[in-house]
Write a protein that binds this ligand. Structure first.
Ligand SMILES: Cc1cc2nc3c(=O)[nH]c(=O)nc-3n(C[C@H](O)[C@H](O)[C@H](O)COP(=O)(O)OP(=O)(O)OC[C@H]3O[C@@H](n4cnc5c(N)ncnc54)[C@H](O)[C@@H]3O)c2cc1C
Length: 445
């Protein structure tokens, strides 16, 4: 567990990463009178909006449908903001249909029990693939649709890029933040005093390096965080499959008011289309990308191997491996056969920052003074955009919400990744390595 640290208000804070965790934290710091005299700097390796960031996409599911009550509570609070003052034009409450092939998928009944306990009367239990087909407006059905589940009409989805742009606009209006576009190459760690005093940055347009110093550094670099801090056994990057199909205006009209279909037995899901693009994705165990790097904390530079993102910024011709393309095609053949052979408009690998239990990591570092970590989105943090910044600032102030104590704090032990249980929501294949799947794809072309 992280040792409690004094919570003097820092005179300067450096936030690394401008995704959900970083940008929401910056917004909350700017609005909190306790930080009115604090100098706030936000650095990101890409100009906003980060083209390969996990927070930037056409859509993200917004749901209180959680097997874990604290997340169901916090998501319910977030939804009150989505429905009213927080980027409301980017939020669409068209429902979420969560399904499974059979009773071995335990997340669905736990999540149903939690949303029913929250008192919504907008939940319908579905007991057959015909029910699911009718509710979701599918052409086909099982096995892609699943056989059991429920629809929650109080859930929806948000235009992720649109709402991140909205939030960035709100932050800019406050005129409190210095924005820097540069890649952090290292944290500034003084090993004698065990203190972090900021970060070393590489200027993206030259080879020069310089430093950004601060009393408190908040590391929120998403799936890249393990390149800046040793998170082995705590958090890791997994690549997830996303494909987008071009559709006609008529097809969009037919599909856009139906709920999102999320089959937790396979992890495959389809979000209602927008801008004539239909997104199909897999909430799965993902691909790892083992990468050997100098130990980010060790002055002697020993090497460690960690999974890190590999994106279309690293390789502009990157596409989803054949295995992933096939799984989305099979899903479409089953639920919407008329779309199944249509060429994709684009495909993308998007990176989760996975943790052992699917809990976020929002904590002071147990060893280094002046370092706070806000990451571990584990494929489900986007919906919390309206509230996660306030939660992070509460944790910075030493006031972790009661129901998240023991979940968000630095874990007591590091557990080998092959033993992680996750939150029980993932479907699809396990143990895939991205380079191996790319090699299989290349050999078949
Ligand atoms: C395919 C996919 C589907 C998802 N679906 C959902 C969903 O339906 N609902 C939901 O609630 N959540 C969903 N999520 C999860 C959610 O999107 C993420 O949990 C959240 O966006 C993570 O935000 P972040 O701030 O941790 O990461 P990011 O948005 O990736 O931000 C990290 C930032 O750090 C920057 N950075 C990295 N390294 C450095 C460096 N060295 N120097 C400077 N800057 C650096 C990056 O450029 C980036 O901008 C999904 C995620 C993915 C990938």
């Amino acid at each position: 567990m992280a040792s409690p640290q004094p919570v003097d208000i820092p005179s300067s804070i450096l936030i690394i990463g401008s995704g959900v965790f970083g940008l929401a934290t910056v917004y909350s710091l700017c609005k909190n009178p306790l930080f009115k005299d604090t100098r706030i700097t936000l650095v990101d390796r890409q100009p906003f909006p980060t083209p390969d960031g996990s927070s930037i996409d056409s859509s993200r599911i917004v749901r209180a449908d959680y097997a874990s009550p604290p997340y169901a509570r916090l998501a319910t609070l977030a939804q009150t903001h989505w429905r009213t003052t927080f980027a409301p034009s980017y939020y669409h409450e068209t429902g979420l249909c969560i399904t499974a092939s059979g009773p071995e998928q335990k997340y669905v009944p736990s999540s149903l029990a939690n949303v029913q306990a929250l008192g919504t009367d907008r939940v319908e239990v579905l007991t057959s693939s015909d029910d699911i087909r009718r509710i979701c407006g599918l052409e086909g059905g099982a096995p892609g649709s699943g056989n059991t589940g429920y629809v929650n009409w109080s859930s929806g989805w948000a235009d992720a890029e649109g709402s991140m742009r909205w939030l960035r606009g709100e932050v800019e209006k406050l005129k409190r933040v210095e924005f820097v576009t540069a890649t952090v190459s290292q944290l500034l760690i003084d090993h004698t005093t065990q203190t972090v005093s900021g970060a070393r940055i590489k200027n993206n347009s030259s080879t020069s390096t310089t430093t950004l110093t601060a009393d408190l550094t908040i590391l929120a670099a998403g799936a890249w965080t393990p390149s800046l801090l040793d998170l082995r056994g705590i958090a890791t990057a997994t690549g997830q499959v996303l494909v987008y199909l071009p559709i006609s205006a008529t097809e969009q009209t037919a599909l856009q008011s139906h709920p999102t279909l999320l089959n937790l037995s396979t992890g495959l899901f389809m979000i209602p289309p927008s801008n004539r693009l239909l997104k199909v994705a897999r909430h799965g165990h993902g691909y790892t990308n083992p990468t050997t790097i100098p130990h980010p904390e060790s002055p002697s530079g020993d090497a460690i191997t960690v999974s890190l993102p590999y994106t279309h910024i690293d390789n502009p011709s990157q596409s989803v491996p054949l295995e992933g393309q096939r799984s989305t095609r099979t899903f479409l053949e089953q639920i919407h056969p008329s779309l199944a052979t249509r060429p994709f408009a684009k495909s993308r690998i998007c990176w989760y920052t996975d943790t052992r239990s699917g809990d976020f990591l929002i904590s002071y570092h147990p060893q280094y003074k002046g370092l706070f970590v806000a990451t571990g989105g584990a494929g489900h943090a986007f919906k919390f955009l309206p509230v996660i910044g306030d939660s992070i600032v509460e944790c910075v102030l030493g006031r972790t919400p009661e129901d998240f104590k023991g979940k968000w704090e630095w874990p007591a032990e590091r557990v080998p990744e092959e033993s992680w249980e996750g939150d029980g929501s993932r479907g699809g294949p396990v143990g895939m390595v991205l380079s191996e799947e790319i090699a299989k794809t290349t050999s078949k072309l």
